[in-house]
Design a protein around this ligand. Structure first.
Ligand SMILES: CC(C)(COP(=O)(O)OP(=O)(O)OC[C@H]1O[C@@H](n2cnc3c(N)ncnc32)[C@H](O)[C@@H]1OP(=O)(O)O)[C@@H](O)C(=O)NCCC(=O)NCCS
Length: 143
């Protein structure tokens, strides 16, 4: 479900388009590696439909020193887009951060992710910085 949600927007796919798989790992394999780490280390909230099917997920981490919560992944099954799950999951994660004593929250979103940016703007988030993902092929190492 998370891969299906991110398929249209992930920059991992842009890398495959321009450079091919990385050491034989295509964007889905790299995403699965990322998800293994996320599931092992982050807070995970799962959203289900009334009949128990997984429809959405949110993950993040809380930094008690800064009292800052980091939302990492927010994904809604494409079948359920525009049904309110994204807003619900985002705010459930913020409620959880608050319950842990966090005072602020951070997330990042690609500038061309119109649905994501619309959601965050509608929920009262503000942009503090923007960044680009730069990529370069290195000259071949002899091994
Ligand atoms: C971004 C995402 C989580 C939104 O989830 P969703 O369940 O479809 O969104 P919701 O139904 O909760 O919509 C909440 C608000 O977000 C905005 N929004 C969501 N999708 C939008 C779209 N396609 N176009 C414009 N605004 C949109 C609207 O303000 C909407 O409120 P409204 O329906 O009252 O107008 C979902 O599109 C998704 O999983 N995308 C792929 C993964 C992703 O981009 N994750 C975020 C990475 S930063």
């Amino acid at each position: 479900m998370i891969l299906a949600a991110f398929a249209p927007i992930t920059w991992f796919r842009a890398v495959d388009r321009d450079y091919g798989p990385l050491n034989g790992l295509d964007w889905k394999a790299r995403w699965n590696q990322r998800l293994d780490k996320v599931f092992a280390t982050q807070i995970l909230l799962v959203g289900t439909t009334a009949d128990g099917a997984i429809a959405a997920a949110a993950t993040g981490t809380a930094d008690p020193e800064q009292k800052l919560g980091f939302v990492d992944l927010l994904a809604v099954d494409p079948k359920h887009h525009r049904s309110g799950y994204g807003r619900l999951m985002l705010n459930a994660m913020l409620d959880h951060f608050s319950s842990l004593g966090m005072q602020h929250a951070h997330l990042d979103c690609l500038t061309d992710n119109a649905p994501g940016n619309a959601l965050y703007a509608a929920e009262g988030w503000s942009i503090v910085a923007s960044h680009h993902h730069w990529f370069k092929k290195l000259s071949q190492n002899e091994s």
